[in-house]
Every structure is written in structure tokens, then in C-alpha cells.
Design a protein around this ligand. Structure first.
Ligand SMILES: [Zn+2]
Length: 200
């Protein structure tokens, strides 16, 4: 069983009330794969779901919570100022304090526009520790469908030594294209990290 957190990053969904269609697509693929691979028992358990705008501190707070980290001074300051993050910090699907997500999927904010900052925040939380091959694989899968995928800035990184973070683009269609092939690799990487961390 792999614990997974889904962090949707979207100004329009978080601030303008647009319906979030991306995270249901991601959760759908996770559920479908669970049926195929787990024979009734999903190998992925969603422990945390967040919806945040394209704001550095909001994305950072969501990632910290998903990774089971305690709020540092910077996060505490943000939680005092941001009611939505405060609410989500205290409303989690499962207790991420006892079981941090092994995998965090961010959805959105990977484009080229000025407000697309998800990859930068992920790399900051991961202290620059990237998993190049995973991002490379995701780009390969995506490019099979359209050369426009080249404009997506997908990254993968490792936070706190044991949590894998991958940045999906915000399109539900792209999530459905990439995830079925990528998830088994993410599961393997998550197992590897878990094994490594138990010997640390
Ligand atoms: Zn916030």
C-alpha cells in the first residue's frame, strides 16, 4: 500500500470557483490502477488532498503537510495569514502525522506563464534533489501524444529523504495519458525510498 497526496494548484479553482476536474481525473486513474493491480485492494491510499492557488507559500504549506512535516516558522506565519491553508492543514483525509504520503502528486502550475511556479516550489521543498529519470519518462510518454508537451515543466524530486514528489500538468487529459504508465514506476521508486529510509 502506497500513501499518496494530491495537491491541486489552480488560481481559477481555488479563487474563482471553477470546478476542479484535474484531481478527480488523477484519483480516477489511481483507483482504476488499484483495481487492476491490487485485485480489489487499491495499492494507493489517498491520505491528503489540497486545493491551493498558484501562490508560493500555499503550495509550500500543502507540500509540507503532505510530507508529514511540522510547521516551521515560515509555515506558521502563512497559516496565520491564509484561512484556506489553515483549514486544509487541519482537515486531512488520514493522519499524515503518523503516515506521511510516500508520493505527492501536484496537479497544475507546470506551464510557461509567470504564475506557473509549482516546479520551483517543489524543487525548493526537495532542496534541489531531483529524480531526473521519472520526469524524463513522463515527458517521453506525453510527447507520444503531442509535441506541445515540450512546453510542460514536469519535475520529480525527493523531499525529506523519503517522499517522492511529481508535478503533473493541470490537464485531466494529460493526467490520464501519463499516469497509467508512470504509476508503477512511482510505486517502485516509493518502495526504494522506503527501504532506504528504514536503514537510515
Ligand atoms: Zn495559503
Amino acid at each position: 500500500m502506497h500513501s499518496v497526496a494530491v495537491v491541486t494548484v489552480s488560481d481559477r479553482c481555488a479563487r474563482e470557483g471553477k470546478q476542479d476536474e484535474s484531481s478527480p481525473a488523477v484519483l480516477g486513474v489511481i483507483g482504476e490502477q488499484g483495481k487492476e493491480v491490487g485485485g480489489g485492494q487499491a495499492p494507493w491510499k489517498v491520505v491528503c488532498k489540497w486545493l491551493v492557488p498558484d501562490e508560493r507559500e500555499c503550495i509550500r504549506a500543502a507540500l509540507w503537510r503532505a510530507c508529514g512535516r511540522r510547521a516551521d516558522a515560515r509555515t506558521e506565519q502563512h497559516l496565520r495569514e491564509c484561512g484556506d491553508c489553515w483549514r486544509q492543514w487541519n482537515e486531512v483525509v488520514e493522519d499524515v502525522d503518523t503516515e506521511p504520503a510516500r508520493l505527492v502528486l501536484t496537479v497544475g502550475g507546470t506551464g510557461l506563464a509567470a504564475r506557473d511556479i509549482t516546479p520551483e516550489v517543489v524543487l525548493e521543498v526537495c532542496d534541489g534533489r531531483q529524480a531526473w529519470g521519472i520526469a524524463h519518462l513522463a515527458m517521453n510518454i506525453s510527447l507520444r501524444h503531442t509535441p506541445l508537451a515540450a512546453a510542460s515543466r514536469m519535475v520529480a524530486g525527493i523531499a525529506g529523504g523519503s517522499t517522492l514528489i511529481f508535478t503533473l500538468p493541470g490537464s485531466p487529459r494529460v493526467a490520464r495519458q501519463i499516469l497509467p504508465e508512470l504509476l508503477p514506476v512511482l510505486a517502485h521508486a516509493s518502495d526504494t525510498l522506503r527501504g532506504t529510509s528504514s536503514h537510515a
